[in-house]
Structure formats: C-alpha cells, structure tokens
Design a protein around this ligand. Structure first.
Ligand SMILES: [Mn+2]
Length: 197
C-alpha cells in the first residue's frame, strides 16, 4: 500500500494530509485558499493520486505559510508513500498546454532535492493569490519529496493558465514517474544500487 499521512503543526499552520499514490484522483481539499484548492484538486486528478488536505493557516497574514507548508507536507507524504522505491519508473517529462500557455516539466525521483524554475508570471496576483507562491510550493515540494524537478514555461500570457499548466504538468510527471514498472520487478531504478546521496 503506497499511502502516507502527514500531520504538521507549527505556530503558523496546522495541516493534515493523506494520500494514496495508487488512487483514482479523488480529493478533498480545504486550505482556506480558493485558488490553491483549485490547483491541488487538479494536481490530484491528473496525477491519479487520492489526496485529502486540511490546512488551517495564518491566512490573515497572507497565504505564504499555508502554501509553503502544504508543499512540505505533500513532499513528505510522497516520499514516505514511495517506500523503498523498488520497481519505480523514476523519470518523466511532459509539455503541458493550457490554451496559449505551454509549460515543460521534467522530474527525476532521485532522492536529491533540486528545483530549476524558469516560469515568470505577467501579473503579481490571480484573484487574492500571489503568483510568486507557485514557485514557493514547487520548491517546498521538491525539497521534501527529494526529487529533481525542472519547470519551464516556454510561453504564456495568462497568469491563471501559467499556474495551472505548472500544476498539471507536475501532476502528469508524477503519474508517470511514480508508477511501478512491471518489468522492473523489485529492482531499484539505479545502477548505483541506491537512490539518493
Ligand atoms: Mn483553472
């Protein structure tokens, strides 16, 4: 069972997150941040990960702590749910279109945290949501899932579309890279014999 639950309580946020990597994309997301809920719902759907998130954060300050801490919790949960990584596909990439926007996302479930971020937003906000928080989420996720993640928006004009292409792109690379390869059996996808440092 590739499932995990993470609870994380700080002075800034209180988060409970459960996921099932081998789900159907069902989700129940309540972060108190509408746009972020929208992004997490489509992440779960397109990754086919079952995901429940409840976050009570200091959104009276702004959405920064809530978004970053959910990224941390999601990364931790993915890493735990992966277990020993035997049989893992490991690599994936996608070009994700969203109307006029095209974003490329590539992942290596490497055990080595790294984010390359080449996405800029034409507007500082989508509704109430600061667009700079998209990068914060991806950085937190990549660090705590211990994955190498490259995100580059090749072109795009609409900030909502750009954000959505990043999250959908992440979803699709997770769906592929986190899948078990039946031909791999119980072997690690590494000639080194271990994943990580
Ligand atoms: Mn949308």
């Amino acid at each position: 069972m590739r499932r995990a639950e993470v609870t994380r309580t700080t002075a800034e946020t209180d988060i409970t997150l459960t996921l099932d990597l081998d789900g159907t994309g069902a989700s129940r997301i309540e972060t108190g941040v509408g746009f972020f809920d929208h992004m997490l719902e489509l992440l779960a759907r397109h990754a086919m990960i079952d995901l429940d998130v409840t976050a009570n954060g200091d959104t009276h300050v702004d959405f920064h702590h809530t978004v970053e801490d959910v990224g941390i919790a999601l990364g931790q949960a993915v890493r735990r749910a992966l277990g020993d990584m035997k049989g893992l596909t490991r690599y994936a990439d996608v070009h994700m279109p969203m109307d006029e926007t095209l974003t490329r996302v590539a992942i290596d479930v490497s055990g080595r945290p790294f984010l390359v971020w080449r996405t800029e937003f034409p507007a500082p906000k989508v509704g109430e949501f600061d667009t700079e928080l998209v990068r914060e989420f991806f950085q937190a996720f990549a660090t705590h899932a211990a994955v190498t993640l490259h995100v580059e928006t090749l072109y795009g004009a609409n900030a909502h579309h750009i954000a959505e292409s990043c999250f959908k792109g992440l979803a699709r690379v997770l769906k592929t890279a986190l899948a078990l390869d039946p031909r791999a059996g119980d072997r690690l996808p590494s000639t080194k014999g271990r994943i990580g440092d």
